[in-house]
Ligand binder design. Structure first.
Ligand code: AMP
Length: 430
């Protein structure tokens, strides 16, 4: 399909798509929309920035628009993702639509949400915890909600929402349409699919999903002690918005403070901040009020800010799948972007796991030379394309020699890899 006209959408929805600048469906939309419009359940996965939100948002809004009864529920793992989904839904509905949508997320005022629910919204978007709170209080009714979307289901399960989801689904009518999206399909998801979906169609883009191809991935080997100065050097050589991922909430606060003191403009987002503060930070970043967002993995998924040009992994993620989600914050929807990884000598295992995920079956590349501060193990496989075997010994001195140690004066030149993007991985980012 090359045009939205062929999906038989209500005219006001086609008008909304034109206003939004969506002229042609993305591949996941071409596959999912006709199936969903015909009433099929869907088990879907799609790569980062693929237009997945509209892939379920368009049929959802079309169904609600076309019938005076029935409603839709979208569950997402994070508040930020829920906020982005409802924004797309509101745009699809259009400003003057009589159909209301409500956002039910934790950290937001219960009173405000209850007032919204009294207006009888037909579309609910939210996170499982708060949706359950409303069900328990009797402020939310779902007996007429016949369209269910579970977004980033693997992430919801990782976050322990499985039981909450089960409770919520019991409130929905058994005859309904269900769309389940998940980057990976581990056995728990397969089980959920059997339980909640009715003979679903499998929809995935590229079959084996991968990170967006236009991300230029780079690495720099540094010691922990050199990381900060290396970062400053790299920030000086780059233009445009940057998101920096770190491991801990406290680490995020600390790094953001240091950067601001060094004359950079940075703010931070992590799970300890109140929802209002989180929203304010995201909005400020979206509006380019500051250049650098320092984040924990809370921002790794879903965050859709087109002007992010660089993702910097100051700390590598704990879980390799999160690497793909993190770097997917740049190069959104066909744009270009760069992902830089600062790899310390202790990161060998993590980097190897990421590499395995991106290039199954291929020998690990670009590993830190040693495991420690001098005298690390030599003889591991070296960077792809050449000097393999034994660049160990002092924790990646090859890169240190390139000038990033001890100052911002000369930024090291990062090593690029996977110019065409990782060839294969078993996961996709939202
Ligand atoms: P998503 O994967 O849903 O986060 O979408 C990624 C980006 O693509 C968002 O900025 C969307 O607004 C944009 N987008 C989604 N579908 C289309 C389309 N058919 N045409 C143009 N842009 C789109």
């Amino acid at each position: 399909m090359t045009s939205f006209d062929q999906f038989g959408l209500p005219p006001q929805l086609n008008a909304a798509l034109t206003r939004m600048g969506y002229t042609a469906p993305t591949p996941i939309q071409s596959k999912a929309i006709p199936l969903a419009m015909s009433g099929k359940d869907i088990l879907g996965s799609a790569q980062t920035g693929s237009g997945k939100t509209a892939a379920f948002g368009i049929p959802l809004v079309a169904k609600v628009m076309s019938s005076p009864r029935g409603g839709a529920l979208v569950m997402t793992p994070t508040r930020e993702l829920a906020s982005q989904v409802i924004e797309v839904v509101q745009q699809l509905l259009g400003k003057n639509s009589p159909i209301r949508a409500a956002l039910l997320i934790g950290g937001d005022s219960m009173g405000k949400q209850m007032a919204e629910l009294r207006m009888r919204p037909r579309i609910i978007v939210g996170t499982p915890g708060r949706i359950n709170d409303h069900l328990a209080r009797g402020t939310l009714m779902l007996h007429d909600t016949n369209f269910l979307v579970l977004d980033e289901t693997d992430r919801m399960l990782d976050m322990g929402f499985g039981i909450q989801i089960e409770k919520i689904v019991k409130f929905l009518p058994p005859v309904r349409q269900t769309l389940l999206f998940s980057a990976t399909i581990p056995p728990e998801i397969a089980k959920m699919t059997q339980k909640y979906l009715n003979n679903p169609e499998r929809v995935s883009v590229d079959n084996v999903a991968k990170a967006a191809p236009k991300i230029q991935q780079e690495i720099l080997h540094v010691s922990e002690a050199e990381k900060y100065n290396t970062l400053l050097g790299q920030l000086a050589t780059r233009t445009g918005s940057v998101i920096i991922f770190v491991k801990t909430k406290r680490g995020a606060d600390r790094l953001s403070d240091r950067l601001n003191k060094a004359g950079q403009s940075a703010d931070t987002i992590h799970g300890d901040l109140h929802q209002r503060k989180r929203e304010k930070v995201i909005q400020g970043y979206r509006d380019s009020k500051f250049r650098i967002l320092v984040a924990t993995d809370i921002a790794a998924r879903g965050l859709d800010i087109p002007h992010i040009e660089h993702v910097i992994n100051f700390d590598l993620p704990q879980c390799p799948e999160d690497y793909i989600h993190r770097i997917g914050r740049t190069a959104r929807n066909g744009a270009e972007g760069a992902a830089l990884n600062l790899i310390s000598p202790d990161d060998g295992l993590k980097w190897r796991a990421i590499h395995r995920l991106l290039n199954p079956g291929e020998a690990p590349a670009h590993l830190p030379g040693g495991t420690g501060n001098g005298g690390g193990r030599g003889g591991r496989s070296g960077p792809r394309g050449g000097n393999g075997g034994g660049n160990g010994g002092n924790g990646g001195s090859k890169y240190r020699r390139e000038g990033n140690a001890g100052g911002t004066g000369g930024a090291a030149k990062p090593r690029r890899f996977g110019n065409k993007g990782p060839r294969r991985s078993t996961t996709a980012a939202a």
